[in-house]
Ligand binder design. Sequence first.
Ligand code: PMP
Length: 356
Amino acid sequence: MSKFLNERYRKLESYVPGEQPKDRVFVKLNTNESPYPPGPAVIAAVNSREMEDLRLYPDPECGLLKDKIAELTGMKRANIFVANGSDDILNFAFMAFAGGRTEVMFPEISYGFYPVFARLHGLRYREVPLKDDFSVDPADYVCQNKMIVIANPNAPTGKALSLYQVEQIVRTNRENVVVVDEAYVDFGAESSAELVHKYENLLIVQTFSKSRSMAGARLGFAIGGEGIISDLEKLKFSTNPYNINRLTMAAGIAAIEENGYYEENCRKIVETREYTADELRKMGFNVIPSQANFLFVKNDRIDGGRLQSRLREKGYLIRHFDTEKLRQYNRITIGTRQDMEGFIAAISEIMEEELQ
Ligand code: PMP
């Protein structure tokens, strides 16, 4: 840290992303990416004329991309906001809808970026404990008079709320924005997007990073009432009007045109998730039922950190969170069936070796 850094940021602890190794080839089950490549239309779109047009700025309105997303989600263009990954959208939402007397609240165990954004923007925030079974209790969020942020399904647990439960929270907090982060919704949970027609305080955040195989392109979108979408646009045009680059824009449009390909990949991932969960349970793991593209698991016979490092030796990366409540657990992203068969073989070897 230099002596020049603004006082406000001196105590800020930044978010620590999962490892992206460069030294050797691992099976990456640590950052919830898709194991499948983008579809042929995306690959064709970024290989073509778009490259030559890189000398030109992209469309700051992102009109075509927004229209495609609107068509896909049954909304109008004015209900859609796009940004450089859903992290970028969450950042704008924390910046826009809290502060002053408006505090933020979110589950204590959830996406680790929420407290970072809250501190970055100097917001007061409350972290609400989960129930003993790691589920979010909607009753904790009813009539709170605060900005509320909920990942649905939650990360790293994979547990989801129903549309009815989300509606309870949105309906009873009408003076504040409720952000529902649906990064993992395409793997079996219920989206709350349709509630946008009924509630002006609901912001749904989704991403192309997981179900649409485009984590590297950085593209997220939000669905909300025209009012809050125009607030986000105001912040975007006050920071970086060209926040979606041409290649990402073309890739995003193409991805929506071949949506069936991604739906099929999600179906395969869900099937492989259930296979992996069954195999882990047979080995004595406690596996939380998941509606996401990852599993959150523990086994009392091996420490979470030790299991992670033993798997690393065998070429598999998984995510471990070294906090008091999560230390015993690991989060495992679902890869291809072949990845997961290899993973199960590796983990069963480890468990046998540990028992000796
Ligand atoms: N929300 C949740 C719950 C996540 O786990 C992630 C991925 N780390 C994000 C948002 C951000 O995803 P992206 O910025 O790649 O869209």
